[in-house]
Ligand binder design. Structure first.
Ligand code: MN
Ligand code: MN
Length: 319
C-alpha cells in the first residue's frame, strides 16, 4: 500500500454516470503498487475453440460497471472503506500469438503480486486464468473455486493443450492448484465423451453438477465448498456461462439450465472470510450481448467479488 489516501469512485452527484472515463466501478486509474486490489482487464480470446468475442469483455464490463454504486446493499458496507482499489488498465496481450500472450499475462501478474496488489480480472476467455495462476504462484498450490457450466479440465482440443477448455488441467499438472482443495459448481450440458470428467475426478476435484446444486441449494453447497478450500490461499474464477443464458446470453458457449443471478450473488457473498489471492470474471462476449445485460450482470458480480476480496485484504492487513 503506497499511500493512506482513500481511492473513491467518481461521485455520481458531481459527475453523472454516463460521463467521464469508463473505468471499472468509476474508480481512479492507478498503478498496482498504489492499490490493495487491482481491477484489471485481460482482453484476450485466443483460447476460444468456437465463438470468439470475449476479447471485448473488459471494455463493456467497464462501461456497464458505471452502474455500480459504492455501498453494497447488504449491511451498507463499502469495499472502498477497507481497501484501496483502482483500475489498473488492461494486461498486455498479443492478438495473433497465443503463447506470447500467455507469457505477457504471466509476467504482468507476477509484477502485480510483487507490487502487493490482489487482482480482480475481467476476461477474456477462460484460458486467461492459467497465466494468471502462473504469475501469482508463490510455489505453493492454491485452492480454487470455479463457477462454470464446463469443467475446463480437458486434455486438448484440435491437438492443442493450451485453450479455454484446458486451463485447470494444466494448472493441476503444474502444481499451481491443489485439486483436493478445488471445487467446481454449476457444471452441465451435453458432452463429447463421458470420460471428460475422469481427470478431475481422479485428481480429487469436487465437482458439483447443477442437478446436485438444485437439490441441495446455495448454503448447503457453499458449506461444503468452504470446508474443502479451508483457510489457506484460494483463487476464485467465475465463468459467466455458469449462469443460465436467460440471465447471461452473451457468451461463447451457453448452456441452458444454469444458475440464477440471485444464486450466484448469494454464493459469492459466502466467500467472505476466505484468504483470496485473486479472482476473475470471464467469457463475457459483447458481440453476443446486444442488450448489454450480460456485461451488466458480469460487472455486478465483479462488484460482489470485489467486496469479498476487500474483506480478505483487510483481514490480511489486520494480521
Ligand atoms: Mn464455461
Ligand atoms: Mn470456463
Amino acid at each position: 500500500m503506497a499511500s493512506s489516501v482513500k481511492l473513491e469512485p467518481l461521485d455520481s452527484g458531481a459527475t453523472p454516470r454516463f460521463a467521464g472515463l469508463a473505468t471499472f466501478m468509476r474508480l481512479p486509474v492507478a498503478r498496482p503498487d498504489e492499490v490493495d486490489v487491482a481491477v484489471l482487464g485481460a482482453p484476450f480470446d485466443g483460447g476460444v475453440t468456437n465463438r470468439p468475442g470475449a476479447r471485448h469483455g473488459p471494455r463493456e464490463l467497464r462501461n456497464q460497471s458505471s452502474l455500480m454504486r459504492r455501498h453494497h446493499h447488504v449491511g451498507g458496507r463499502s469495499p472502498y472503506d477497507v481497501a484501496r482499489v483502482g483500475d489498473c488498465g488492461d494486461v498486455p496481450v498479443h492478438p495473433l500469438d497465443l503463447m506470447e500472450s500467455m507469457r505477457l499475462i504471466e509476467a504482468y501478474y507476477r509484477a502485480v503480486r510483487e507490487a502487493g496488489a490482489t487482482p480482480l480480472t475481467a476476461g477474456g476467455d477462460h484460458l486467461i486464468s492459467l497465466p494468471i495462476l502462473r504469475g501469482l504462484s508463490t510455489g505453493e498450490p492454491v485452492g480454487l473455486i470455479q463457477f462454470d457450466a464446463h469443467s475446463d479440465t480437458y486434455d486438448e482440443f484440435f491437438g492443442q493443450k493450451v485453450n479455454h477448455g484446458t486451463p485447470f488441467r494444466r494448472a493441476i499438472e503444474e502444481g499451481l492448484v491443489d485439486p483436493k482443495r478445488m471445487v467446481q459448481i454449476g457444471l452441465r450440458g451435453s458432452i463429447g465423451d463421458p470420460a471428460n470428467f475422469d481427470f478431475a475426478k481422479a485428481a480429487g476435484v469436487r465437482t458439483i453438477f447443477i442437478e446436485e446444486f438444485s437439490d441441495r441449494g446455495v448454503d448447503d453447497v457453499m458449506d461444503e465448498a468452504l470446508a474443502i478450500v479451508g483457510g489457506a490461499p484460494v483463487y476464485v474464477t467465475f465463468d459467466i456461462d455458469a449462469l443460465d443464458p436467460a440471465f447471461a446470453p452473451g457468451t461463447g458457449t451457453p448452456e441452458i439450465g444454469g444458475l440464477t443471478t440471485r444464486e450466484a450473488q448469494a454464493m459469492i457473498r459466502r466467500l467472505s472470510g476466505l484468504s483470496i489471492v485473486g479472482a476473475d470474471l470471464v467469457e463475457v462476449a459483447p458481440p453476443f450481448d446486444p442488450s448489454g445485460l450480460t456485461a451488466l450482470t458480469g460487472a455486478t458480480l465483479m462488484f460482489e467479488l470485489l467486496c469479498v476480496i476487500a474483506d480478505s485484504v483487510a483481514a490480511r492487513a489486520a494480521g
